[in-house]
Design a protein. Structure first.
Length: 133
């Protein structure tokens, strides 16, 4: 396996319907397959990130840098490129404290608003090459 620090890896809450919906969307728009994915509950997260986080935080690692919350979302869309790069630039105009306020509001209520799976996401056969444990 190549060094995870050189990959663009999105770590997400594998039980969250909203988070899984985001991952489905990212797989669809990432036609160049730049992104890899792994659940926050998996062993890759524990080996690579090595910090304690609640599973309400999306984590994006790009070239060894760790991005959290709204900053992670912006960096993910910027990395995908195309229209999404412009979208990320527009999002980044909003001050960080405002972005993270809304991020936290949704993240803290995501199970109530969108539901929770009984088990962690398992990738479909055609997605397996893009998922880490």
């Amino acid at each position: 396996m190549e060094n995870n620090n050189q990959r663009a890896v999105v770590f997400f809450d594998g039980f969250c319907h909203l988070c899984n919906g985001l991952i489905d969307f990212l797989i669809k728009i990432d036609s160049q397959k730049k992104l890899m994915f792994a659940p926050l509950q998996g062993k890759t997260f524990k080996q690579v990130v090595r910090i304690n986080l609640n599973p309400d935080t999306i984590v994006f690692i790009l070239n060894g840098q760790v991005f959290l919350k709204s900053q992670a979302v912006i960096k993910i869309f910027f990395h995908v490129g195309g229209f999404w790069k412009l979208f990320s630039v527009l999002l980044s105009i909003m001050p960080l404290f405002v972005r993270d306020f809304f991020y936290d509001l949704i993240a803290n209520n995501r199970y109530k608003l969108f539901g929770k799976k009984s088990h962690c996401r398992l990738p479909a056969a055609e997605e397996k090459e893009r998922f880490l444990e």
